[in-house]
Design a protein. Structure first.
Length: 395
């Protein structure tokens, strides 16, 4: 593998990590945000929600830009927007500015993360695509998990404003160092023989529609499980810190799974079978996680669940790229992440309402029902497609 590829991969690794790191600054310090800005706990969650809203609203534009102008421009715009919004957060302005900045970070997520599939197709052979996509997803999950750990430590050591300044400096540094490394082998657009189409036309593709539904259900269910775990474990006498550690182990299990599941996909040469296995494991392990007799048992289950559940993402992305065709990979990837973000917001809210009106057990049953629907949709996927529309160039 030429050095150029390693540099590009490191740049995309950091580019995938940065938006998740900036988004995840706030879940561990909700009370700090509420106290600093003088808002209630519900309002303090707006910076978290606005990220998902920004991701959904920007998905169409990001996908169109990637497919028409290329991932190089899209990724550089995304990194620039991340740096700008991180600096806006640092200004210690009114609360609405923080919410807007987080929405901008969510929009940048679409431009950066949705570019990954096009980058992988451009630089790597088909048999290596799932593994390289997995490496990029390790960056994404690593940004999420490390932020959950590091943010409270930075706030304790330097205060809320100090944490904002440090993260802003990091975002600007990644933009300065990473943006020049993002290079597309085509002159202006990827070397695709097919022409980009409107994103809505992708909804005529049965495989993609099923993948988008799966994305909505599985990401929404995952977020609901992560949110409800603290409540469920508190009724079993486990501490909030134990539930937080279990959620962190979800993420680090996902990091391992992002390597292992693409390897399994390459061995089996059957991405659909790997997705069926991943989602079946998530379905079967959800209730044991909530019913774990001790936190230690719950930690073990969380690691295994994360490996299967989150490890499915790079496999799904490679199947989506093949089903869409390389010329529409950006639009398809953007829609995948948009549906995932929409599912996360909608189902966490819905199951929160169910838990409040009835009980967390009722919310858990609804989650299991959605995972069953998710499994049915996965089984209904057609066999893996093979890409035929890419003309590769020698670097």
């Amino acid at each position: 593998m030429p050095d150029k590829r390693w540099l590009m991969l490191s740049a995309f690794f950091l580019a995938n990590a940065l938006p998740e790191f900036l988004w995840s600054n706030f879940p561990p310090i909700m009370t700090v945000v509420a106290d600093k800005y003088g808002v209630g706990e519900l309002a303090a969650s707006l910076p978290i929600i606005s990220f998902s809203v920004g991701t959904v609203l920007s998905a169409g534009l990001a996908g169109r830009l990637i497919d028409r102008r290329g991932y190089q421009l899209s990724t550089r715009i995304g990194l620039a927007l991340l740096a700008l919004c991180a600096v806006l957060r640092m200004l210690d302005g009114p609360f609405w500015l923080l919410v807007v900045a987080q929405g901008g970070i969510g929009a940048a997520f679409s431009f950066v993360v949705a570019s990954t599939s096009s980058y992988v197709v451009d630089w790597f052979e088909e048999e290596h695509e799932a593994l390289v996509t997995g490496v990029c997803m390790v960056g994404l999950y690593g940004g999420l998990g490390s932020s959950m750990i590091v943010t409270p430590l930075l706030v304790d050591a330097y205060g809320f404003n100090g944490m904002m300044r440090i993260t802003a400096a990091g975002a600007v540094l990644i933009f300065i160092l990473g943006a020049p490394l993002i290079r597309q082998r085509g002159v202006a657009r990827p070397a695709h023989s097919a022409q980009p189409v409107a994103a809505w036309r992708l909804m005529r593709n049965r495989t993609l529609v099923l993948q988008f539904i799966i994305s909505f259900l599985q990401q929404g269910a995952f977020s609901a499980v992560a949110t409800a775990l603290e409540v469920a474990w508190s009724h079993r006498g486990f501490s909030a810190a134990a539930a937080g550690l279990a959620n962190g182990l979800f993420i680090f299990g996902g990091i391992a799974g992002s390597f292992l599941m693409p390897v399994l996909q390459n061995r089996l040469r059957n991405g659909k079978a790997v997705l069926v296995l991943c989602y079946l494991a998530a379905l079967l392990l959800t209730y044991p996680l909530f019913a774990a007799p001790t936190p230690a048992v719950g930690y073990l289950i969380a690691v295994v669940m994360g490996a299967f559940w989150l490890g499915s993402v790079p496999v799904a992305l490679t199947l989506i790229e093949k089903a869409a065709g390389a010329a529409q990979a950006g639009a398809a990837s953007s829609l995948y992440w948009a549906f995932a973000s929409a599912g996360s917001v909608a189902l966490v809210w819905l199951f929160g309402e169910i838990a409040e009106v009835w009980s967390w057990q009722a919310a858990l049953l609804c989650t299991l029902a959605l995972l069953v629907l998710n499994q049915i949709a996965t089984v209904a996927l057609p066999p893996d497609a093979r890409r035929t529309t890419v003309t590769r160039r020698v670097a």
